[in-house]
Design a protein around this ligand. Structure first.
Ligand code: NAD
Ligand code: UGA
Length: 337
């Protein structure tokens, strides 16, 4: 199988590529990205063909690579909330427009597409557990620009679904719920808002900066270890007996439900056990500040987000097994051991 991974140089793409090269030597990866920093350790593998490509511009290259592929994973996107509020059109142009082009080539050349939707499509839905078939997608007013990402992804979900019905497009939509692991964003970037929360807190400790609990940190997420998440993705790509065809799957870990405040204390406590950051962790201040101070006024938060993973359990025969503490220790081992 020839798998095209667009955005292979990112967090998910690099972990997925690593696992495919380890466990499926009969698969070949064509990798497109503007950056190869996070895949430098696998770039010489003969089954990994990296091609530097900006998907906002180089259309011919992309179309040709889609033509040659059996399955396409368009993973390139902006996935950082600070950018949603500061530069929403950039999010629309990349996450929606550029990915729509790729989806249309998949339709044109009859290729299977495995698309990263997001937990964020459920927005501020108040269901106890978000369910792929029944939960509503609830976003805020237009002035709350944070929802540009959720809407871009939701619209693509709907377009892909529509192509499935009209043209028989073979697709799987997977919805990551706060996947975490090494290489998630950039721990060495000092700026607040530059990374998603786990990496952000580690970066704050590393750079002797306070940890910020937005609106007190009561909001809840379910964090999913990247190794569990990649195991689900591999099952989706394998597509045993066509089980993943025209399906939507939440891929998350409901057993790792945690408030952001508890996450902060857990990370600081664990950091105190690593020689390299022990001193910094002991001095780290955990403070509260408002969402508008941290993100600006066009931010709106999701208060509690828990996935139902019944579908993934039943159809993919997949279940996450990594608890949050183990997951965070794995990340710290990667950076600080
Ligand atoms: P990431 O930011 O780590 O990776 C995205 C990659 O896209 C980067 O390597 C980047 O260089 C590349 N890219 C950006 N602009 C590009 C361009 N113009 N041309 C080519 N490549 C470009 O993100 P990720 O966490 O790996 O997420 C991958 C996908 O999964 C995204 O669509 C994201 O929205 C979705 N997703 C991720 C999570 C999560 O928990 N990590 C949650 C929900 C959805
Ligand atoms: C994320 C991003 O939108 C995407 O990466 C992704 O599609 C999706 O959700 C997902 O990973 O499932 P969110 O969970 O809000 O959104 O992203 P984080 O930046 O990781 O923030 C989590 C929570 O921590 C938010 O409530 C945020 O306000 C809070 N936070 C973040 C802080 O309290 N302090 C910080 O310094 C950073």
């Amino acid at each position: 199988m020839n798998i095209l991974i667009v955005g292979a140089g990112g967090f998910i793409g690099s972990h997925l590529s690593e696992e495919i090269l380890r466990s499926h030597r009969d698969w070949k990866i064509t990798a497109l990205d503007i950056s190869s920093d996070k895949v430098s350790h696998i770039i010489d593998d003969k089954n990994f063909d990296f091609c530097k490509c900006n998907i906002l511009k180089e259309f011919d290259v992309q179309e040709e690579k889609v033509k040659q592929a059996d399955a396409v994973l368009p993973l390139a996107a902006i996935a950082s909330p600070l950018v949603y509020v500061q530069d929403p059109l950039r999010v629309f142009e990349l996450d929606f427009e550029a990915n729509l082009r790729i989806v249309r080539w998949c339709v044109k050349y009859n290729k299977r597409v495995i698309f990263p939707s997001t937990s964020e499509v459920y927005g501020m839905c108040t269901d106890q557990e978000y369910d792929e078939e029944n939960s509503n997608c609830v976003t805020g007013p237009i002035c709350k620009q944070r929802w540009i990402y959720s809407c871009s992804k939701q619209m693509l979900d709907r377009v892909i679904y529509g192509y499935g019905i009209r043209d028989g497009l073979r697709y799987t939509l997977f919805r990551p719920f706060n996947w975490i692991g090494s290489r998630l964003d950039d721990i060495y970037n000092e700026n607040n808002g530059s990374s998603r929360v786990v990496t952000q807190f580690l970066s704050n400790i590393l750079h002797n900066k306070p940890i910020n609990l937005v609106d007190g940190g009561k909001q809840i997420r379910c964090f999913t270890d990247i190794s569990d998440a990649i195991a689900a993705l591999i099952k989706i790509i394998e597509n045993k007996d066509g089980c993943a065809n025209q399906q939507i799957f939440n891929i998350g870990n409901p057993y790792n439900e945690l408030s952001i405040k508890n996450l902060a204390y857990m990370i600081v406590d664990l950091a105190k056990t690593y020689e390299k950051i022990k001193n910094a962790a002991e001095k780290t201040e955990i403070r509260e500040l408002s969402a508008s101070e941290y993100y600006g006024k066009s931010y709106q938060d999701v208060q509690r987000r828990v996935p139902s993973i019944k579908k993934a359990e039943q159809i993919l025969k997949w279940k996450p097994t990594t608890d949050i503490k183990t997951s965070i220790k794995k990340i710290m081992d990667y950076y600080f051991c």
